[in-house]
Design a protein around this ligand. Sequence first.
Ligand code: ZN
Ligand code: ZN
Length: 291
Amino acid sequence: MPGPVESAPCATCGGAGYVVEQVLGKPALARRCACQAACPRCGETGYVLVPDASGARAQVCACRHLDERIRLFNKVGIPAAVARASFEAFKSYSPDHVAAKRVAEDFARAFRSDKPSKGFLFYGRPGGGKTHLLAATLRWLALEKGVPCRYVEFMLLLSEIKAGFDSGRNQMEILRPLISVPVLAIDELGKERGTEWERSMLDELISHRYNGGLATLFATNYFLDPRAPAEEPGRMVQTRSRDFQREAEAMSLSQRVGDRVYSRLNEMCTLLRLDPNVDMRKDGAGGYWGR
Ligand SMILES: [Zn+2]
Ligand SMILES: [Zn+2]
């Protein structure tokens, strides 16, 4: 009689049981891998028999958790550009990369829904992999740990709130799910114009989360200290709008978000520079479109 056959891990999902789709313009969507179409463990009954003292008892099959975790992942709202971002796919090319990845991974692995936890904030110029690490953290939490998470780009959230006013929805209808989700990632912090109203929305959102002991993660292109505007050799004529933009880019994070929000960020987060001298998007180093 042939013995039990040890099957090799699935070549499509590597044994994870799920695959993540990347469709331009759509948030990342996970689905069961074909190898899990009919669960090999429970034969789609959702239960497996495990031996115990009285013979055997029924236990919920792991595939039930898989479906639940896929459902959670599909609600995160990870943008298409980083749909496949993961800790495994994140390549480190600098000490900043190594340090930031460690902070993100430690956060994800240590995270517990029943304990308040401190989030993290990555700052640095665009292209350093900040969004990739935010997405990888949320992916890991949702798919490996079953933690509900959300990703928002702060400017888009503000547009959504404004659009809500036009259709008679008040801001709390849009903010409430973001206030209560166990882990929220806010990307592109400081890109907004910085009006009183914008600051009050941000304050409303993060103060509630802070008071509730909920973890919030951030990424921003603004540094903690004001920077000298980037030199542009060969430019003889500066246009006023370009000057204005360079001035804005040189501002510090506290100048962009205001002192009140900035001091809150310091209480809620570990602030870490992620500003490697390599543009992962331009150099294709980040594996954004790989795998
Ligand atoms: Zn598979
Ligand atoms: Zn099953």
